[in-house]
Design a protein around this ligand. Structure first.
Ligand code: NDP
Ligand code: 8X3
Length: 256
């Protein structure tokens, strides 16, 4: 008898990494629960998926605790035993220096990248603890490790994701629940379009003439991470496109 594959819950499945991961897990026979704020996008995505495997879509803003609770209550009985949670929903807003940046953008990034991730984790973990089995994958960023001008709050939210993921591992030790944090570098998705608030020219400039990672690269890496034998836990996996590396420390000419 073939063993059923773990149910995968993906936040932010309406675009980019999340949509690519939805396709990857579905193509490999996993039941998938796909969430995002843009329900029309999720509906469209299901048309590209193999309906031989269970698919559940739900409109969900991860910043809204009550909505997460309603979403969980409304899960079909057959989709409740979530085996893999992929906390992917997230965003960067703006690239202005901190002193010129918009405080509302700070709040949105903190609410989504930090609070949304812990709200989801807190509410999905009981299913895993109950089954004594699970895997939480948090999508971090190279921005956690490498500061850059205008990165301020976004970089700091991803530093949170890194440290939270590591400490969660400590708390879950002995529970047979893996925690992995994947840290992508420059990847061509809707990320820059969101960061530059719909300015397509600016967004395209980020990738022009380069070979960035694509969403499928990250989907493959996440899939690999979750399909390793159960005694292996990838803690942190940082990945950049070959065209990206580090700049030297910046020196400004100034006599003080
Ligand atoms: P996209 O903009 O293509 O996708 C982001 C996804 O997050 C969308 O599905 C969006 O759905 C969802 N989302 C945003 N806010 C919320 C919210 N409040 N509630 C629920 N879902 C939300 O970007 P990426 O695929 O690139 O980004 C995915 C993750 O990867 C993010 O955490 C990002 O920080 C991280 N990352 C991206 C990199 C890149 O260069 N692209 C590099 C490193 C990390 P909707 O708007 O429908 O709600
Ligand atoms: C996205 C990567 O370097 O554009 O997390 O901030 S970066």
């Amino acid at each position: 008898m073939s063993q059923s594959k773990p149910i995968v819950l993906i936040t932010g499945a309406s675009a980019g990494f999340g949509a690519a991961m939805a396709k990857k897990y579905n193509a490999n026979g996993h039941p998938v629960i796909l969430t995002a704020r843009r329900f029309d996008r999720l509906k469209k995505l299901t048309q590209e998926l193999d309906s031989n495997f269970p698919i559940h879509i739900a409109q969900l803003d991860v910043t809204q605790k009550n909505d997460i609770e309603q979403f969980i209550k409304a899960l079909p009985m057959t989709m409740r035993n979530i085996g893999i949670l992929i906390n992917n929903a997230g965003l960067a807003l703006g690239l202005s220096s901190f002193q010129n940046a918009d405080e509302l953008d700070f709040e949105t990034m903190i609410n989504t990248n930090i609070k949304g991730l812990i709200y989801m984790t807190k509410r999905i973990l009981p299913f895993m603890l109950n089954n004594n089995m699970g895997h939480i994958v948090n999508i971090g960023s190279i921005a956690a490790n490498w500061p850059y001008p205008g990165g301020h709050v976004y970089c700091a939210t991803k530093a949170f994701v890194q440290q939270f993921s590591r400490t969660l591992r400590c708390d879950l030790q002995g529970k047979n629940i893996r925690v992995s944090e994947i840290e992508p570098g420059m990847s061509q998705t809707e990320f820059s379009l969101v960061r530059f608030k719909g300015d397509e020219v600016k967004a395209n400039e980020v990738y022009a003439g380069n070979s960035p990672l694509i969403a499928e690269d990250i989907a493959n890496i996440v899939y690999f991470t979750t399909t390793l034998p159960p005694h292996i836990n990838i803690n942190t996996l940082e990945v950049m496109p070959t065209c990206q590396s580090w700049a030297p420390l910046s020196i400004v000419s100034q006599s003080l």
